[in-house]
Write a protein that binds this ligand. Structure first.
Ligand SMILES: CC(=O)N[C@H]1[C@@H](OP(=O)(O)OP(=O)(O)OC[C@H]2O[C@@H](n3ccc(=O)[nH]c3=O)[C@H](O)[C@@H]2O)O[C@H](CO)[C@@H](O)[C@@H]1O
Ligand SMILES: C=C(OP(=O)(O)O)C(=O)O
Length: 436
């Protein structure tokens, strides 16, 4: 009997040898999407390199083209995207396709810049529960914009009057609303103060890009501050999308699940630190330095210490998108492990029933909190990826499950990763069926 099978729009994974070797992550989808928006907001020709070739990036670039921005991918290097500003008013366009991604909200400033108004469908993306826009609307209203809501979406009309300075106090550290405030100030060329900003690596990346574009931009835990210095310059800009921290942590957890040893390259150490500390706490030597994560899962002395992985928007907090991979890992580790994700309230509901098909017993303490008592033995079965991170967690669980697991719903996985199964395969995973 062959060791692998092929299934249409699904992949088949057979657990086997520990993952060994070296692999490079792609650019980060969640850093790339706001960087694309920032490139439009500065209104200068911008080369963005290390752009991941995942579906959400394509979905983000299409509406920009429809609104008059020139967007080109280099033929020689498809990971390089060039964005040119709009000259003159762009024609109104039907942007219904933007409903496929959550990050469509980052298009608002680009559209206000090109058309003076933005009409967008309600954001989609991962079906991980109710995800509000109220803070985004508060941001636009602080700039004097008019916001109108209807069943199919929202409409933002740019203020007639330019404010020299805008101050916004966020009630909680929303990443999306923080970026919305930054980009709105950029198209206005005005000063901005945000109290209680989100200071995740993705926001820090936008601020670094803006510094290169002639802005004074910095953020502390308390306050983010933006001032135009030489923002009127017109020289072309070049920026590299940082490596995908979520892909790196997913791969690190995959290596740990199989008790393998590998190097994961192309990611900034600081971006993965909270997750690496958790692996070390569990007794899996994991080290991040410069642009490489090293995991030594072989012959390791597991601690049996309980993992407490609570997704948080707080500075230095655990990114919600790390949590599903840590759950898959915890299933195989001795101890009582607690997980919580109130940021994406539907995520556990997407993932836990699928893990249960593999035989996992996970205690749901509430819709967003659960407890895993490990180690648990999993058995291969047919499972479905309901969102990006649930999909990657299922790949990891499949690597530990006895026998064969098929994972369908690959469209979700492809939204966030160019080819995650391919990267696992490069480390020796037995995976058949190519998500094209
Ligand atoms: C495309 C993208 O980069 N998505 C990421 C983004 O999602 P997302 O844009 O949802 O993240 P935010 O930090 O803005 O939102 C955090 C929470 O606040 C809620 N909220 C947000 C804004 C608002 O106006 N009202 C409101 O209620 C959201 O529903 C969510 O539950 O950051 C999350 C972590 O923060 C990540 O898990 C997502 O992968
Ligand atoms: C939840 C995610 O994406 P989005 O916010 O675009 O749905 C994600 O990247 O895991």
């Amino acid at each position: 009997m062959p060791s692998t099978i092929s299934v249409a729009d699904a992949i088949a994974i057979r657990s086997g040898e520990p993952l060994i070797g070296s692999v490079r992550v792609d650019g980060s989808k969640n850093a790339a999407l706001p960087l694309i928006a920032a490139a439009t907001a500065v209104g200068r020709l911008t080369h963005l390199s290390n752009m991941p070739q995942c579906q959400d990036v394509r979905t983000m670039l299409d509406p920009l083209r429809l609104c008059g921005y020139s967007v080109a991918r280099s033929v020689i290097n498809p990971e390089e995207v060039v964005i040119l500003p709009v000259c003159g008013a762009a024609p109104p366009a039907d942007l219904a396709g933007a409903a496929a991604i959550r990050a469509s909200y980052y298009l608002v400033p680009a559209l206000l810049a090109s058309n003076g108004r933005a009409r967008l469908p309600w954001p989609g993306g991962c079906p991980v529960g109710e995800r509000g826009m109220d803070l985004h609307f508060r941001v636009y209203e602080a700039f004097g914009d008019r916001v109108v809501l209807d069943g199919s979406g929202y409409h933002v009309v740019r203020a007639g009057e330019r404010l020299p300075e805008v101050e916004i106090v966020l009630p909680f550290r929303s990443r999306g609303a923080t970026v919305a405030a930054i980009l709105r100030a950029v198209i206005e060329r005005c000063c901005l103060t945000v109290t209680q900003p989100n200071v995740s690596p993705e926001v820090a990346e936008i601020l670094a890009f803006l510094r290169a574009a002639g802005w004074q931009a910095f953020a502390t835990e308390e306050r983010l501050r933006l001032t135009p210095l030489h923002a009127g310059e017109s020289a072309a800009l070049a920026w590299e999308v940082p490596g995908d921290k979520v892909e790196a942590v997913t791969l690190a957890c995959a290596v740990a699940v199989t008790r393998g040893s590998a190097q994961i390259k192309g990611v900034r150490a600081a971006d993965v630190l909270p997750a690496m500390e958790m692996l070390a706490w569990l007794g899996i030597p994991a080290h991040a330095s410069a642009d490489t994560v090293t995991v030594h899962g072989q012959d390791t002395q597991l601690t049996g210490q309980p993992l407490r992985a609570v997704a948080s928007l707080a500075p230095g907090g655990l990114d919600a998108d790390f949590e599903p991979s840590l759950m898959a890992l915890a299933l195989g580790l001795r101890g009582v492990h607690l997980f919580a994700d109130a940021i994406n309230p539907g995520r556990h509901g997407n993932l836990i029933p699928q893990l249960a098909r593999l035989g996992a017993a996970i205690e749901q303490l509430s819709a967003t909190h659960c407890r895993i008592t490990g180690p648990q033995r999993l058995t291969g079965a047919a499972v479905t990826a309901n969102d990006i991170r649930s999909g990657s967690a299922l790949l990891l669980a499949a690597l530990a499950a006895d026998g064969l697991t098929t994972v369908s719903g690959l469209a979700q996985l492809r939204r966030g990763h160019a080819d995650l199964p391919g990267k696992l395969r490069r480390l020796g995973a037995d995976i058949t069926g190519e998500p094209a």
